[in-house]
Design a protein. Structure first.
Length: 367
């Protein structure tokens, strides 16, 4: 009996040592990383990669000599190149961050995965669902981590709204609407929908428990460049009669990044540009039956409406830079093998909506 007890204690002690050793390895291992693309968003990624204690940035690739000069001036220890093949042929590089135009995401991702590299790809992961599925297949086949850069899901305010939605305090979710508009930056490689809406689609999926819409409709217009829409209105319906409207534009006089969730009990507003990011409103309209002496017996279904306008509450949110959290999560996933929050499944859902929206287009050009 004592021998069995001692054996169990020994096995538990050995397991504890293993767990601590694994944790120590994860926390103290270094990930050698290369980044392809240091353009508009790339410098932010590179800054966070260099600042991360578990990442060693060995190489940055960009076709532009100016961008390469910028990298060398800011990070002298990072080697620069104009040839992405140097990334794939370097056996020291464990992971690749891809921050190039979306049309190049698929080819670069495939090359990186075939070379045995983990990848973090800027949003959207690819231009078609078929491409995302192929990226996922290669990643699974080679036991590699593949993650999409849907940065807003690492935003503490977005996470706070998800907790509020899932807590049930809003009641039944009725509809969500978002505005992501500004004057510029106009793109020529993608339209406003593919450039801006991936953020909002990703956030909505996250808030609604990764469910997919049952209908997708899009109305848009190209005013400045032929065949490239400057403004789009994306309308979706989710299970439970939840309506979602996403408005994106680069022709708007004001910069707005605001999302509102309307529930049967309360409402919440997430404003990414405001000092107070999240506000919960105890507001709503309740349908009340008319009872007692005022009841209309000929029309018992008659009711009146009570307008509720209670207090606004501001949840406490501990702020961290979302991109910092994203890079840390990517490093964790690579070193531990844990699934990514914004892995292939999430990326596929976002691209599925974008692809459906592209085929559901009602208007594409101004008369």
């Amino acid at each position: 009996m004592n021998g069995t007890k001692n054996t169990i204690i020994f096995e538990l002690f050995s397991l504890l040592i293993y767990c601590f050793s694994l944790l120590y390895f994860i926390l103290n291992s270094e990930l050698t990383v290369a980044q392809i693309g240091v353009g508009y968003w790339g410098p932010n990624l590179l800054r966070n990669l260099v600042a991360n204690d578990r990442c060693h940035v060995k190489l940055a690739v960009d076709f532009s000599a100016d961008r390469r000069d910028f990298v060398q001036s800011m990070y002298p220890d990072v080697k620069v190149s104009d040839n992405s093949e140097e990334v794939f042929s370097d056996s020291d590089i464990d992971a690749v961050v891809i921050a190039t135009p979306v049309k190049s995401h698929f080819d670069l991702s495939v090359k990186a995965l075939e070379a045995g590299k983990h990848i973090l790809v800027e949003k959207p992961m690819a231009t078609t669902v078929e491409e995302v599925e192929e990226i996922g297949r290669l990643a699974e086949e080679n036991n590699l981590i593949t993650m999409a850069g849907h940065t807003f899901l690492y935003n503490p305010a977005v996470r706070a709204v998800k907790e509020i939605v899932h807590s049930g305090q809003l009641g039944d979710i009725r509809y969500i609407y978002s505005q992501r508009v500004n004057l510029g930056r106009i793109r020529s490689d993608v339209d406003a929908l593919w450039n801006l809406a991936p953020h909002d689609i990703s956030i909505v999926h996250h808030w609604l428990g990764e469910t997919s819409p049952i209908s997708v409709k899009r109305t848009g217009m190209a005013y400045v460049q032929p065949d490239i829409e400057d403004v789009s209105f994306l309308n979706m319906k989710y299970p439970g009669n939840i309506l979602v409207n996403i408005h994106v534009s680069w022709l708007d006089p004001q910069k707005l990044r605001r999302m509102t969730v309307v529930g049967s009990e309360k409402m919440v507003v997430y404003d990414d540009l405001a000092e107070i990011k999240v506000t919960v409103y105890d507001k709503g309209i309740d349908r009340m039956a008319v009872l007692g002496e005022n009841m209309d017996f000929d029309q018992p279904e008659v009711s009146y409406f009570n307008h509720r306008s209670g207090h606004a509450t501001i949840p406490e949110i501990k702020w961290e830079e979302p991109l910092k959290v994203e890079i840390e999560h990517f490093a964790d996933c690579v070193m531990s093998g844990a699934p990514c929050l914004t892995g292939v499944d999430h990326a596929k859902k976002v691209v599925t909506v974008l692809e459906q929206a592209s085929t559901a287009l009602e208007f594409s050009e101004a008369d």
